[in-house]
Write a protein that binds this ligand. Sequence first.
Ligand SMILES: CC(C)(COP(=O)(O)OP(=O)(O)OC[C@H]1O[C@@H](n2cnc3c(N)ncnc32)[C@H](O)[C@@H]1OP(=O)(O)O)[C@@H](O)C(=O)NCCC(=O)NCCS
Length: 143
Amino acid sequence: MIRLMKNDDIFEVERLEKRVLKETLGASFFDQELNLNPFAYYYVYEHNKEIIGYIGLRIYDDICEVINFVIASLYQRQGYGQLIFDYILEEAKKRLVKTISLEVRKSNKQALNFYYKNDFYKENVRKKYYDNNEDALVLIRDV
Ligand SMILES: CC(C)(COP(=O)(O)OP(=O)(O)OC[C@H]1O[C@@H](n2cnc3c(N)ncnc32)[C@H](O)[C@@H]1OP(=O)(O)O)[C@@H](O)C(=O)NCCC(=O)NCCS
């Protein structure tokens, strides 16, 4: 089941990020997004009372920015990411979004495959964007 993220989910989403990405945006970041940012839309995928994935979005006018998108390692490559993405695409359409954008590490082949399969294309490269000096690819797609 896909539903909006709540304050009670913050700890679990933080743990999910740490497990999958070895880093997290952090509880206080999520707290601010959920409670103070009127442009933020965060969704979780709950399976047997466990959060196995989440996506964070910010929607400004007709642009939707993906802040992060994570599926638990055990559940990857089983279509859950696609389910979440199809869901948020419908939400974006309802909110009259025209463009979705995101940043992804150049080396993240798994995510790049996912996004290219979902009609994203490379718009830009942000050189040495990440802490380890890795480039970020800016991908966008029409809605
Ligand atoms: C990117 C991510 C969210 C995709 O979610 P997912 O549930 O694993 O993806 P799905 O099972 O729905 O896969 C859909 C398509 O994505 C591509 N894909 C997903 N995982 C892949 C992998 N390991 N290798 C190659 N392609 C992959 C495939 O095209 C796949 O379609 P197919 O299985 O029919 O070939 C997930 O891999 C993830 O959490 N990665 C780690 C976190 C991350 O990098 N997030 C992106 C931050 S920008």
